[in-house]
Design a protein around this ligand. Structure first.
Ligand code: FAD
Length: 425
Protein backbone atom coordinates (compact mmCIF):
# COMPACT_ATOMS: atom_id res chain seq x y z
CA UNK A 1 0.00 0.00 0.00
CA UNK A 2 1.29 3.47 -0.85
CA UNK A 3 -0.04 6.77 0.44
CA UNK A 4 -0.04 9.59 -2.14
CA UNK A 5 -0.66 13.06 -0.70
CA UNK A 6 -1.55 16.08 -2.85
CA UNK A 7 -0.99 19.49 -1.28
CA UNK A 8 -3.30 22.15 -2.76
CA UNK A 9 -6.70 21.79 -4.43
CA UNK A 10 -6.70 24.50 -7.06
CA UNK A 11 -6.70 23.89 -10.79
CA UNK A 12 -3.58 21.70 -10.63
CA UNK A 13 -4.40 19.89 -7.36
CA UNK A 14 -7.99 18.92 -8.19
CA UNK A 15 -7.18 17.64 -11.68
CA UNK A 16 -4.17 15.87 -10.10
CA UNK A 17 -6.45 14.14 -7.57
CA UNK A 18 -8.79 12.84 -10.29
CA UNK A 19 -6.01 11.66 -12.61
CA UNK A 20 -3.92 10.21 -9.75
CA UNK A 21 -6.92 8.23 -8.50
CA UNK A 22 -7.18 6.61 -11.94
CA UNK A 23 -3.52 5.53 -11.73
CA UNK A 24 -3.54 4.00 -8.22
CA UNK A 25 -3.69 0.31 -7.43
CA UNK A 26 -6.78 -0.80 -5.40
CA UNK A 27 -4.73 -0.97 -2.17
CA UNK A 28 -3.26 2.58 -2.46
CA UNK A 29 -4.58 5.62 -0.60
CA UNK A 30 -4.95 9.21 -1.84
CA UNK A 31 -5.30 12.27 0.42
CA UNK A 32 -5.72 15.91 -0.57
CA UNK A 33 -4.67 18.64 1.88
CA UNK A 34 -5.77 22.18 1.13
CA UNK A 35 -6.46 25.63 2.51
CA UNK A 36 -9.89 26.25 0.97
CA UNK A 37 -12.60 23.52 1.06
CA UNK A 38 -14.19 24.94 -2.08
CA UNK A 39 -12.59 25.08 -5.55
CA UNK A 40 -13.02 28.23 -7.66
CA UNK A 41 -12.23 28.41 -11.37
CA UNK A 42 -9.58 31.17 -11.22
CA UNK A 43 -9.71 32.02 -14.98
CA UNK A 44 -13.28 33.32 -14.38
CA UNK A 45 -12.14 35.81 -11.72
CA UNK A 46 -11.92 38.76 -14.18
CA UNK A 47 -15.65 38.19 -14.89
CA UNK A 48 -16.43 38.04 -11.13
CA UNK A 49 -14.82 41.47 -10.72
CA UNK A 50 -17.38 43.05 -13.08
CA UNK A 51 -20.25 40.83 -11.86
CA UNK A 52 -20.56 38.87 -15.10
CA UNK A 53 -20.23 35.76 -12.91
CA UNK A 54 -21.18 35.00 -9.31
CA UNK A 55 -19.27 32.85 -6.81
CA UNK A 56 -21.87 30.08 -7.21
CA UNK A 57 -21.26 29.91 -10.97
CA UNK A 58 -17.59 28.95 -10.58
CA UNK A 59 -17.46 27.20 -7.20
CA UNK A 60 -17.23 23.48 -6.49
CA UNK A 61 -17.70 21.95 -3.04
CA UNK A 62 -14.85 19.46 -2.99
CA UNK A 63 -15.80 17.32 0.04
CA UNK A 64 -18.75 15.45 -1.59
CA UNK A 65 -17.00 15.17 -4.96
CA UNK A 66 -13.83 13.74 -3.41
CA UNK A 67 -15.89 11.41 -1.16
CA UNK A 68 -17.65 10.05 -4.25
CA UNK A 69 -14.26 9.32 -5.86
CA UNK A 70 -12.82 7.71 -2.68
CA UNK A 71 -10.30 10.50 -2.06
CA UNK A 72 -9.54 11.48 1.57
CA UNK A 73 -9.89 15.23 2.07
CA UNK A 74 -8.21 17.38 4.74
CA UNK A 75 -9.18 21.05 4.23
CA UNK A 76 -6.51 22.20 6.71
CA UNK A 77 -3.56 24.23 5.40
CA UNK A 78 -0.04 22.78 5.50
CA UNK A 79 2.32 24.57 7.88
CA UNK A 80 5.61 22.93 6.87
CA UNK A 81 6.81 20.11 4.67
CA UNK A 82 9.44 17.88 6.32
CA UNK A 83 10.87 16.08 3.27
CA UNK A 84 13.51 14.11 5.21
CA UNK A 85 10.73 12.62 7.36
CA UNK A 86 8.19 12.17 4.50
CA UNK A 87 5.75 14.22 6.56
CA UNK A 88 3.54 17.28 6.11
CA UNK A 89 2.82 19.26 9.26
CA UNK A 90 -0.60 20.97 9.27
CA UNK A 91 -1.56 24.24 10.96
CA UNK A 92 -3.75 22.40 13.51
CA UNK A 93 -0.61 20.65 14.87
CA UNK A 94 -1.33 17.26 13.28
CA UNK A 95 0.84 15.61 10.62
CA UNK A 96 0.28 13.43 7.55
CA UNK A 97 2.90 10.90 6.42
CA UNK A 98 3.31 10.17 2.74
CA UNK A 99 5.07 7.81 0.37
CA UNK A 100 4.65 10.29 -2.50
CA UNK A 101 3.90 14.00 -2.20
CA UNK A 102 2.61 16.19 -5.03
CA UNK A 103 2.94 19.91 -4.29
CA UNK A 104 0.24 21.92 -6.12
CA UNK A 105 -0.04 24.93 -3.86
CA UNK A 106 -0.04 27.65 -6.52
CA UNK A 107 1.47 31.03 -5.70
CA UNK A 108 1.71 33.15 -2.59
CA UNK A 109 0.79 36.67 -3.71
CA UNK A 110 3.65 39.06 -2.92
CA UNK A 111 1.62 42.26 -2.40
CA UNK A 112 3.80 43.14 0.60
CA UNK A 113 6.80 43.82 -1.66
CA UNK A 114 5.33 47.22 -2.66
CA UNK A 115 4.12 49.80 -0.16
CA UNK A 116 0.35 50.32 -0.28
CA UNK A 117 -0.14 47.61 -2.92
CA UNK A 118 -2.90 44.98 -3.02
CA UNK A 119 -6.38 44.46 -1.56
CA UNK A 120 -5.19 45.33 1.97
CA UNK A 121 -3.77 48.54 0.51
CA UNK A 122 -5.08 50.71 -2.29
CA UNK A 123 -5.12 48.48 -5.41
CA UNK A 124 -7.51 45.66 -6.26
CA UNK A 125 -6.66 42.07 -7.24
CA UNK A 126 -8.38 39.32 -9.26
CA UNK A 127 -6.03 36.52 -8.20
CA UNK A 128 -8.45 34.97 -5.68
CA UNK A 129 -12.24 34.95 -5.74
CA UNK A 130 -12.36 36.90 -2.44
CA UNK A 131 -10.21 39.61 -4.07
CA UNK A 132 -12.32 39.61 -7.24
CA UNK A 133 -15.51 40.07 -5.22
CA UNK A 134 -13.91 42.96 -3.33
CA UNK A 135 -12.78 44.44 -6.66
CA UNK A 136 -16.38 44.17 -7.94
CA UNK A 137 -17.64 46.27 -5.03
CA UNK A 138 -14.89 48.85 -5.55
CA UNK A 139 -15.72 48.97 -9.26
CA UNK A 140 -19.42 49.59 -8.50
CA UNK A 141 -18.45 52.53 -6.26
CA UNK A 142 -16.04 53.82 -8.91
CA UNK A 143 -18.78 53.80 -11.56
CA UNK A 144 -20.84 56.20 -9.43
CA UNK A 145 -18.00 58.70 -9.62
CA UNK A 146 -15.79 57.74 -12.59
CA UNK A 147 -12.19 58.93 -13.06
CA UNK A 148 -8.83 57.53 -14.24
CA UNK A 149 -8.20 53.78 -14.13
CA UNK A 150 -4.83 51.99 -13.86
CA UNK A 151 -4.60 48.31 -14.76
CA UNK A 152 -1.62 46.06 -15.38
CA UNK A 153 1.07 43.94 -13.74
CA UNK A 154 3.78 44.87 -11.24
CA UNK A 155 7.51 44.15 -11.22
CA UNK A 156 8.25 40.42 -10.93
CA UNK A 157 4.76 39.45 -12.13
CA UNK A 158 4.45 36.42 -14.41
CA UNK A 159 0.72 36.22 -14.99
CA UNK A 160 0.24 38.91 -17.65
CA UNK A 161 -2.67 37.41 -19.62
CA UNK A 162 -5.32 38.15 -16.94
CA UNK A 163 -4.05 41.75 -16.66
CA UNK A 164 -4.79 42.29 -20.38
CA UNK A 165 -8.06 40.38 -20.10
CA UNK A 166 -9.29 42.46 -17.21
CA UNK A 167 -8.29 45.69 -18.95
CA UNK A 168 -10.45 44.95 -21.99
CA UNK A 169 -13.28 43.46 -19.90
CA UNK A 170 -13.41 46.67 -17.83
CA UNK A 171 -13.34 48.69 -21.05
CA UNK A 172 -16.30 46.69 -22.40
CA UNK A 173 -18.21 47.10 -19.13
CA UNK A 174 -17.59 50.88 -19.06
CA UNK A 175 -18.97 51.13 -22.60
CA UNK A 176 -22.03 49.08 -21.61
CA UNK A 177 -22.59 51.47 -18.69
CA UNK A 178 -22.12 54.41 -21.10
CA UNK A 179 -19.40 56.03 -18.98
CA UNK A 180 -16.32 55.10 -21.02
CA UNK A 181 -15.84 58.74 -22.08
CA UNK A 182 -15.34 59.73 -18.41
CA UNK A 183 -12.57 57.18 -17.79
CA UNK A 184 -8.96 57.70 -18.99
CA UNK A 185 -7.41 54.20 -18.94
CA UNK A 186 -3.68 53.38 -18.58
CA UNK A 187 -2.10 49.93 -18.73
CA UNK A 188 1.05 49.87 -16.56
CA UNK A 189 3.32 46.85 -16.92
CA UNK A 190 6.75 45.52 -16.06
CA UNK A 191 6.95 43.92 -19.53
CA UNK A 192 9.52 45.53 -21.89
CA UNK A 193 6.82 45.80 -24.57
CA UNK A 194 3.06 45.30 -24.82
CA UNK A 195 2.36 41.64 -25.67
CA UNK A 196 5.63 40.29 -24.21
CA UNK A 197 3.50 38.25 -21.75
CA UNK A 198 6.58 36.92 -19.93
CA UNK A 199 7.21 34.84 -23.07
CA UNK A 200 9.04 37.40 -25.23
CA UNK A 201 5.84 37.53 -27.27
CA UNK A 202 4.04 34.74 -29.10
CA UNK A 203 3.40 35.15 -32.81
CA UNK A 204 2.25 38.73 -33.24
CA UNK A 205 0.96 39.34 -29.68
CA UNK A 206 2.85 42.66 -29.71
CA UNK A 207 1.08 43.90 -32.82
CA UNK A 208 -2.31 42.47 -31.86
CA UNK A 209 -2.34 43.88 -28.34
CA UNK A 210 -0.92 47.29 -29.28
CA UNK A 211 -3.55 47.57 -31.98
CA UNK A 212 -6.35 46.59 -29.53
CA UNK A 213 -5.05 49.16 -27.02
CA UNK A 214 -5.01 51.89 -29.68
CA UNK A 215 -8.47 50.96 -30.95
CA UNK A 216 -9.86 51.11 -27.40
CA UNK A 217 -8.04 54.34 -26.47
CA UNK A 218 -6.01 52.72 -23.73
CA UNK A 219 -2.59 54.29 -23.05
CA UNK A 220 0.27 52.10 -21.91
CA UNK A 221 3.56 52.29 -19.99
CA UNK A 222 6.08 49.44 -20.30
CA UNK A 223 9.28 48.61 -18.33
CA UNK A 224 7.58 50.31 -15.41
CA UNK A 225 8.04 49.62 -11.70
CA UNK A 226 5.49 50.54 -9.04
CA UNK A 227 7.29 52.45 -6.28
CA UNK A 228 4.39 52.93 -3.89
CA UNK A 229 0.62 53.32 -3.82
CA UNK A 230 -1.37 55.76 -1.72
CA UNK A 231 -5.13 56.36 -1.70
CA UNK A 232 -5.95 57.51 -5.25
CA UNK A 233 -2.28 57.91 -6.26
CA UNK A 234 0.29 55.50 -7.70
CA UNK A 235 3.99 56.43 -7.93
CA UNK A 236 5.71 54.59 -10.77
CA UNK A 237 9.24 54.56 -12.22
CA UNK A 238 9.98 54.04 -15.89
CA UNK A 239 13.17 52.01 -16.21
CA UNK A 240 15.74 52.42 -19.00
CA UNK A 241 17.46 49.45 -20.68
CA UNK A 242 20.52 49.89 -18.41
CA UNK A 243 18.32 49.60 -15.31
CA UNK A 244 18.44 53.30 -14.40
CA UNK A 245 15.29 55.27 -13.57
CA UNK A 246 14.28 57.23 -16.68
CA UNK A 247 11.34 59.04 -15.12
CA UNK A 248 9.21 59.01 -11.99
CA UNK A 249 5.50 59.76 -12.26
CA UNK A 250 2.61 60.23 -9.87
CA UNK A 251 -0.55 58.85 -11.42
CA UNK A 252 -3.99 59.61 -9.97
CA UNK A 253 -6.62 56.86 -10.09
CA UNK A 254 -10.19 56.17 -9.05
CA UNK A 255 -9.80 52.41 -9.53
CA UNK A 256 -6.63 50.32 -9.91
CA UNK A 257 -6.01 46.59 -10.37
CA UNK A 258 -2.54 45.17 -10.86
CA UNK A 259 -1.28 41.60 -10.83
CA UNK A 260 1.42 41.09 -8.16
CA UNK A 261 4.66 39.11 -8.25
CA UNK A 262 4.31 35.51 -7.08
CA UNK A 263 6.48 33.45 -4.72
CA UNK A 264 6.24 29.95 -3.24
CA UNK A 265 4.12 29.37 -0.12
CA UNK A 266 5.66 29.50 3.34
CA UNK A 267 5.24 25.76 3.97
CA UNK A 268 7.97 25.02 1.41
CA UNK A 269 10.05 28.22 1.36
CA UNK A 270 13.68 27.84 2.48
CA UNK A 271 13.84 24.03 2.20
CA UNK A 272 17.20 23.36 0.62
CA UNK A 273 17.12 21.18 -2.46
CA UNK A 274 13.34 21.40 -2.71
CA UNK A 275 12.81 25.02 -3.72
CA UNK A 276 14.63 27.92 -5.39
CA UNK A 277 15.35 31.18 -3.49
CA UNK A 278 11.85 32.48 -4.31
CA UNK A 279 10.22 29.33 -2.90
CA UNK A 280 9.23 27.70 -6.22
CA UNK A 281 9.59 23.90 -6.32
CA UNK A 282 12.48 22.58 -8.42
CA UNK A 283 11.48 19.73 -10.74
CA UNK A 284 13.11 17.73 -13.51
CA UNK A 285 11.52 16.97 -16.89
CA UNK A 286 9.37 14.28 -15.23
CA UNK A 287 7.95 16.80 -12.65
CA UNK A 288 10.06 15.14 -9.91
CA UNK A 289 12.27 17.01 -7.43
CA UNK A 290 15.94 16.08 -8.06
CA UNK A 291 16.81 15.93 -4.31
CA UNK A 292 13.66 14.33 -2.87
CA UNK A 293 12.69 11.74 -5.47
CA UNK A 294 9.28 10.99 -3.92
CA UNK A 295 8.18 14.65 -4.25
CA UNK A 296 6.58 15.88 -7.46
CA UNK A 297 5.13 19.29 -8.24
CA UNK A 298 2.62 20.78 -10.70
CA UNK A 299 1.19 24.22 -11.42
CA UNK A 300 2.19 27.77 -10.61
CA UNK A 301 4.36 26.63 -7.67
CA UNK A 302 6.86 24.98 -10.07
CA UNK A 303 10.16 26.83 -10.70
CA UNK A 304 10.62 27.94 -14.31
CA UNK A 305 13.47 30.38 -15.06
CA UNK A 306 12.61 33.70 -16.75
CA UNK A 307 12.76 33.94 -20.54
CA UNK A 308 15.75 36.31 -20.40
CA UNK A 309 16.83 39.56 -18.78
CA UNK A 310 14.40 42.50 -18.97
CA UNK A 311 14.88 46.04 -17.56
CA UNK A 312 12.15 45.28 -14.97
CA UNK A 313 11.95 41.64 -13.80
CA UNK A 314 9.23 39.57 -15.55
CA UNK A 315 8.45 35.92 -14.73
CA UNK A 316 7.20 33.17 -17.05
CA UNK A 317 3.46 32.38 -16.92
CA UNK A 318 2.22 28.91 -16.04
CA UNK A 319 -1.06 28.50 -17.84
CA UNK A 320 -3.91 26.04 -17.41
CA UNK A 321 -3.24 23.65 -20.29
CA UNK A 322 0.44 23.54 -19.39
CA UNK A 323 -0.50 22.71 -15.78
CA UNK A 324 -2.82 19.97 -17.00
CA UNK A 325 0.04 18.47 -19.01
CA UNK A 326 2.27 18.52 -15.90
CA UNK A 327 -0.54 16.74 -13.99
CA UNK A 328 -1.00 13.97 -16.57
CA UNK A 329 2.75 13.30 -16.68
CA UNK A 330 2.98 13.24 -12.86
CA UNK A 331 0.01 10.89 -12.40
CA UNK A 332 1.37 8.51 -15.03
CA UNK A 333 4.89 8.62 -13.54
CA UNK A 334 3.75 7.85 -10.00
CA UNK A 335 1.50 5.12 -11.42
CA UNK A 336 4.52 3.55 -13.16
CA UNK A 337 6.73 3.77 -10.05
CA UNK A 338 4.01 2.05 -7.99
CA UNK A 339 4.15 -0.82 -10.48
CA UNK A 340 7.94 -1.14 -10.25
CA UNK A 341 8.78 1.12 -13.19
CA UNK A 342 10.45 4.52 -13.48
CA UNK A 343 9.29 8.00 -14.52
CA UNK A 344 9.22 8.42 -18.28
CA UNK A 345 6.37 10.88 -18.89
CA UNK A 346 6.97 14.57 -19.55
CA UNK A 347 4.55 17.48 -19.65
CA UNK A 348 4.31 19.39 -22.90
CA UNK A 349 4.95 22.74 -21.15
CA UNK A 350 3.32 24.45 -24.14
CA UNK A 351 1.66 27.82 -23.58
CA UNK A 352 -1.85 27.57 -25.05
CA UNK A 353 -4.01 30.49 -24.05
CA UNK A 354 -7.37 32.13 -24.72
CA UNK A 355 -7.52 35.71 -23.39
CA UNK A 356 -11.05 37.11 -23.24
CA UNK A 357 -11.61 40.79 -23.97
CA UNK A 358 -15.28 40.92 -23.00
CA UNK A 359 -16.72 40.67 -26.50
CA UNK A 360 -13.65 39.44 -28.43
CA UNK A 361 -10.18 38.23 -27.45
CA UNK A 362 -6.80 36.89 -28.51
CA UNK A 363 -5.52 33.33 -28.58
CA UNK A 364 -1.93 32.17 -28.72
CA UNK A 365 0.05 28.94 -28.83
CA UNK A 366 3.77 28.74 -27.99
CA UNK A 367 5.16 25.25 -28.48
CA UNK A 368 7.42 24.82 -26.69
CA UNK A 369 7.09 27.81 -24.38
CA UNK A 370 10.84 28.49 -24.54
CA UNK A 371 12.10 29.58 -28.00
CA UNK A 372 13.10 28.45 -30.58
CA UNK A 373 9.53 27.30 -31.07
CA UNK A 374 7.95 24.86 -33.48
CA UNK A 375 4.65 26.73 -33.20
CA UNK A 376 4.53 30.47 -32.52
CA UNK A 377 0.94 31.38 -33.32
CA UNK A 378 -1.51 34.09 -32.29
CA UNK A 379 -4.91 35.22 -33.54
CA UNK A 380 -7.80 37.39 -32.45
CA UNK A 381 -11.55 37.77 -32.89
CA UNK A 382 -14.97 37.41 -31.34
CA UNK A 383 -14.66 33.62 -31.53
CA UNK A 384 -12.13 33.72 -28.64
CA UNK A 385 -14.78 35.13 -26.27
CA UNK A 386 -17.21 32.36 -27.26
CA UNK A 387 -14.51 29.66 -27.00
CA UNK A 388 -13.48 30.81 -23.53
CA UNK A 389 -17.07 30.66 -22.23
CA UNK A 390 -17.48 27.23 -23.81
CA UNK A 391 -14.29 25.93 -22.18
CA UNK A 392 -15.25 27.39 -18.78
CA UNK A 393 -18.58 25.54 -18.83
CA UNK A 394 -17.00 22.28 -20.03
CA UNK A 395 -14.21 22.37 -17.43
CA UNK A 396 -16.44 23.27 -14.46
CA UNK A 397 -18.96 20.56 -15.42
CA UNK A 398 -16.20 17.94 -15.52
CA UNK A 399 -14.73 19.14 -12.20
CA UNK A 400 -18.18 18.90 -10.55
CA UNK A 401 -18.52 15.33 -11.81
CA UNK A 402 -15.13 14.41 -10.36
CA UNK A 403 -13.68 13.81 -13.81
CA UNK A 404 -10.59 14.98 -15.64
CA UNK A 405 -9.68 14.80 -19.27
CA UNK A 406 -5.96 14.25 -19.95
CA UNK A 407 -6.63 15.55 -23.43
CA UNK A 408 -7.83 19.09 -22.62
CA UNK A 409 -4.84 20.60 -24.40
CA UNK A 410 -5.22 18.37 -27.42
CA UNK A 411 -8.94 19.20 -27.64
CA UNK A 412 -8.15 22.93 -27.59
CA UNK A 413 -5.39 22.58 -30.19
CA UNK A 414 -7.73 20.57 -32.45
CA UNK A 415 -10.31 23.33 -32.00
CA UNK A 416 -7.71 25.94 -32.97
CA UNK A 417 -6.74 23.83 -35.98
CA UNK A 418 -3.20 23.30 -34.62
CA UNK A 419 -3.23 19.52 -34.19
CA UNK A 420 -0.41 17.01 -34.00
CA UNK A 421 1.52 18.78 -31.21
CA UNK A 422 3.55 16.68 -28.82
CA UNK A 423 1.34 15.40 -25.98
CA UNK A 424 2.94 14.03 -22.80
CA UNK A 425 4.93 11.06 -24.04
C1 FAD B 1 -6.80 35.93 -12.45
C2 FAD B 1 -6.17 34.79 -13.15
C3 FAD B 1 -6.71 34.34 -14.34
C4 FAD B 1 -6.12 33.30 -15.03
N1 FAD B 1 -6.66 32.93 -16.22
C5 FAD B 1 -6.09 31.92 -16.91
C6 FAD B 1 -6.64 31.53 -18.17
O1 FAD B 1 -7.61 32.11 -18.64
N2 FAD B 1 -6.05 30.52 -18.84
C7 FAD B 1 -4.97 29.87 -18.33
O2 FAD B 1 -4.48 28.96 -18.97
N3 FAD B 1 -4.43 30.21 -17.14
C8 FAD B 1 -4.96 31.21 -16.42
N4 FAD B 1 -4.41 31.56 -15.21
C9 FAD B 1 -3.20 30.86 -14.74
C10 FAD B 1 -3.47 29.52 -14.01
O3 FAD B 1 -4.22 28.66 -14.85
C11 FAD B 1 -4.20 29.70 -12.69
O4 FAD B 1 -3.46 30.56 -11.86
C12 FAD B 1 -4.42 28.38 -11.95
O5 FAD B 1 -5.39 28.58 -10.96
C13 FAD B 1 -3.16 27.85 -11.33
O6 FAD B 1 -3.41 26.61 -10.74
P1 FAD B 1 -2.58 26.06 -9.50
O7 FAD B 1 -3.21 24.77 -9.11
O8 FAD B 1 -1.14 26.08 -9.80
O9 FAD B 1 -2.79 27.14 -8.34
P2 FAD B 1 -4.16 27.57 -7.62
O10 FAD B 1 -5.32 27.35 -8.52
O11 FAD B 1 -3.88 28.93 -7.10
O12 FAD B 1 -4.30 26.55 -6.43
C14 FAD B 1 -3.45 26.53 -5.32
C15 FAD B 1 -4.10 25.70 -4.22
O13 FAD B 1 -3.20 25.55 -3.13
C16 FAD B 1 -3.88 25.76 -1.92
N5 FAD B 1 -2.94 26.17 -0.87
C17 FAD B 1 -2.30 27.36 -0.75
N6 FAD B 1 -1.57 27.35 0.37
C18 FAD B 1 -1.74 26.13 0.94
C19 FAD B 1 -1.25 25.52 2.12
N7 FAD B 1 -0.42 26.15 2.97
N8 FAD B 1 -1.62 24.26 2.40
C20 FAD B 1 -2.46 23.58 1.57
N9 FAD B 1 -2.97 24.13 0.45
C21 FAD B 1 -2.60 25.38 0.15
C22 FAD B 1 -4.92 26.83 -2.27
O14 FAD B 1 -5.97 26.86 -1.32
C23 FAD B 1 -5.36 26.35 -3.64
O15 FAD B 1 -6.35 25.34 -3.50
C24 FAD B 1 -4.97 32.62 -14.49
C25 FAD B 1 -4.44 33.09 -13.29
C26 FAD B 1 -5.03 34.14 -12.62
C27 FAD B 1 -4.41 34.61 -11.32
Amino acid sequence: MAHVVIMGAGLGGVVMAYEMKDQLRPEDKLTVITKDPKYHFVPSNPWIAVKWRSREDIQIDLAPTFAKRGIDFRPTPAKKVHPKENRVELVDGSSIDYDFLVIATGPELAFDEIEGFGPDGHTQSICHIDHAEKAAEAFEEFCKNPGPIILGAAQGASCFGPAYEFTFIVETELRRRKIRDKVPMTFVTSEPYVGHLGLDGVGDTKGLLESEMREHHIKWMTSTRVKKVEAGKMTVEEIADDGSVKAEKEMPFGFAMMLPAFRGIEAVRGIEGLVNPRGFVIVDKNQCNPTYRNIFSVGVCVAIPPMGPTPVPCGVPKTGFMIESMVTATAQNIGQILRGGVSTHEGTWNAVCLADFGDSGIAFVAQPQIPPRNVNWSSSGKWVHAAKIGFEKYFIRKMRRGESDPFYEKAMLDFLGIGKLKKST
